[in-house]
Every structure is written in structure tokens, then in C-alpha cells.
Design a protein around this ligand. Structure first.
Ligand SMILES: NC(=O)C1=CN([C@@H]2O[C@H](COP(=O)(O)OP(=O)(O)OC[C@H]3O[C@@H](n4cnc5c(N)ncnc54)[C@H](O)[C@@H]3O)[C@@H](O)[C@H]2O)C=CC1
Ligand SMILES: O=C(O)C(=O)Cc1ccc(O)cc1
Length: 295
């Protein structure tokens, strides 16, 4: 039997993404010898145990990481600095420390300074998920055919990077390497801005006069309904993402606002050519996503 990629892999945070990794690992036997689950919420830890997601359940992160050769942070990005500081003295030399956070410059900024000599830091971000959270929301096939982006800090250890790439391949994902700055700009437009717009449009609808609001709910079987799915996402997770990708998100928002103003102007002046052209471009993007099976 081939050597496992990790002898003792610790998932800190057993919510939607952590529990999806655990479930996917059950379908990739031999990848990890011993899966250790750690979570600050006693209820989530107990639920993970009930679901038999791992081999060990440990509340204290320092205790969980002792003797581990792999640790993945699967908590909201705003919690990373404190977790990294707490576990740093307990990480064994040679351990690979990774994460699944949706922002990458902030993760390198917050975790990087705590990484001890001899521990290899490999930040990663799987581009897969849903609006659900918690250990019950995990899906074994969540990462199948999806991308996982790897954003390397300076001086990253090539063997450690390849280990994380192999782990994601075992979970069914394709990997690509990208600088953290580029990652944050790309993800700001494809993920963070759409969520900002969804949260905003739901708020705007909710602010309408009472009788209109009722009609919004009653007749939502149109475009609005699609926005409400991503708008149902976890507030702490998204608060942390917005704050930790502030610059790229605000840049993309400024561009979006300008374009939305142009569209509104075209509507005001009856510029049908502009309106049709914008919609045709959008349809092409949708078709391309379907063609490359990322819709
Ligand atoms: N939800 C999604 O679709 C995706 C999320 N991500 C990233 O994955 C990470 C986790 O997101 P989800 O799994 O969706 O969140 P979640 O809310 O489902 O799970 C987070 C888990 O972390 C635990 N936790 C929170 N603070 C903690 C701490 N200080 N110490 C230990 N445990 C703690 C919570 O109790 C919870 O079980 C985030 O950084 C997010 O940006 C990445 C890709 C997709
Ligand atoms: O539910 C959806 O459509 C998502 O967009 C899930 C998601 C959320 C955060 C990420 O960093 C990546 C994917």
C-alpha cells in the first residue's frame, strides 16, 4: 500500500468546508492515516463525532496539532491570526500548514508571521461551496471538478506545495497556482462582489414599504429568487471576507457602479443598442461557463 499523504491531518473548523473535506477523504481511502477534528463549538464537535467524520475529536487546537504533519484552517478568515498564534508553538517541524480561506493576501499577512521555522505554509482556496454552513452541510463531492487556487508566500517549500496539490487532487479538485494579490482581485469580481450585490438587493427589497415587501416574497419566482440563494450565506464568514479583501472588493465595486450607471443611463435615454449589447455579452459568459462545466 502506498504511503498516505498525511499521517495525522488536523482540520480546524468542521463546518461546511471542513466537513466536506472530511467526507471527501472517506471516498479517498489511504490519503490520510488519521483525521483529527477540532472546532471551537462543542455542538459542532459533538455533531462531527455523531456523523463519524474523523478519527479523533479535540476541542483544544494546541492539543489537536501536536504531532500532526498536516493542519488545515477551515474557520472564517477573521479567526486565522489568533488560531495561528495559538497553535504555532505546538506545530512539529516538517508540518504543512494550509487553509481554505476565501481571501489570500490577508491570510498570508495574518498567519505568515506566526509560522515557525521548519513548518511549511501553503495557503489554498477551493472554489466550491454553497450558502449552507455547519457540519451537516458538508458534501462528499463538493470539490469534484472544481478549482482549488494555491497562493504561495515567498520561499514556499516545493514538496509541501505538491503535497497540498495532491491532497486536493485526491478530493477531486484541479489546482492552479496564483499570486495572492491576483487571487484576491479575480475572486473579488467572481465571488465577493456578487455576494455584496446579493446582500444589498435583498436589503433594498426588505426596506420597501410593507405591502410591496409582501409582494416581493409572493412573486419572487423570478430573478430575485436567484439572488436570495447566495444572500442566505453565513454573516460571520462574509463579514470577514469583505473586511479582509477590502481593497480589491472596493475597486471592483467602483467599476461595477460605473457600469451600472451606464446601464441606467441607457435605460433612461432608450439606448436599446447598449442594453442589447450588454445582455448579449452576459449570455456569452453564461454559455462559456456551461461549456466548461463550471455553471
Ligand atoms: N462556504 C463556502 O462556500 C466556502 C467557504 N470558504 C472558506 O472556508 C472557511 C470556512 O467556511 P465554512 O466552512 O463555510 O464555514 P462554517 O461556518 O460552515 O464553519 C466554520 C467552522 O469553524 C468553527 N470555528 C469558528 N471559529 C473558530 C475558532 N476560532 N476556532 C475553531 N473553530 C472555529 C465554527 O464553529 C464552524 O464549525 C472560511 O474561511 C471561508 O471563507 C472557502 C470556499 C467556499
Ligand atoms: O454558494 C455559492 O455560490 C458560492 O459562491 C460558494 C463560495 C463561497 C465562498 C468561496 O470562497 C467560494 C465559494
Amino acid at each position: 500500500m502506498a504511503e498516505p499523504l498525511f499521517h495525522r491531518l488536523v482540520l480546524i473548523g468542521i463546518g461546511h468546508i471542513g466537513s466536506s473535506i472530511a467526507r471527501a477523504l472517506h471516498h479517498a481511502p489511504g490519503t490520510v492515516e488519521r483525521l483529527v477534528i477540532c472546532d471551537a463549538s462543542p455542538a459542532h464537535l459533538a455533531r462531527a463525532k455523531e456523523l463519524e467524520l474523523g478519527d479523533e475529536y479535540v476541542a483544544d487546537p494546541a492539543e489537536a496539532v501536536a504531532g500532526a504533519d498536516g493542519v488545515i484552517l477551515c474557520t472564517p478568515v477573521g479567526s486565522f491570526a489568533a488560531i495561528a498564534e495559538g497553535i504555532a508553538p505546538h506545530l512539529a517541524p516538517g508540518c504543512v500548514l494550509s487553509d481554505v480561506g476565501s481571501t489570500k493576501q490577508s491570510v498570508i499577512r495574518d498567519v505568515g508571521p506566526h509560522v515557525p521555522e521548519g513548518v511549511h505554509f501553503v495557503p489554498a482556496h477551493p472554489l466550491a461551496g454553497t450558502e449552507f454552513s455547519g457540519p451537516d452541510a458538508g458534501l462528499a463531492d463538493l470539490f469534484k471538478g472544481r478549482w482549488c487556487l494555491i497562493s504561495l508566500p515567498e520561499g514556499a517549500d516545493e514538496d509541501a506545495v505538491e503535497k497540498i496539490e495532491s491532497l486536493w487532487a485526491a478530493l477531486g479538485a484541479r489546482t492552479a497556482r496564483m499570486t495572492a494579490a491576483h487571487h484576491d482581485r479575480v475572486i473579488a469580481i467572481v465571488s465577493h462582489l456578487p455576494h455584496l450585490i446579493a446582500f444589498t438587493i435583498c436589503g433594498t427589497a426588505d426596506d420597501l414599504a410593507d405591502e410591496t415587501r409582501e409582494e416581493v416574497l409572493q412573486f419572487a419566482a423570478s430573478g430575485f429568487r436567484d439572488f436570495t440563494r447566495i444572500a442566505a450565506s453565513d454573516p460571520v464568514m462574509w463579514r470577514d471576507i469583505f473586511i479582509n479583501n477590502k481593497d480589491a472588493l472596493l475597486e471592483m465595486f467602483a467599476r461595477f457602479s460605473e457600469d451600472a450607471q451606464s446601464m441606467a443611463r441607457a435605460v433612461r435615454w432608450g439606448d436599446t443598442g447598449y442594453i442589447e449589447d450588454r445582455i448579449n455579452r452576459s449570455r456569452k459568459i453564461r454559455k462559456s461557463l456551461i461549456d466548461i462545466k463550471q455553471a
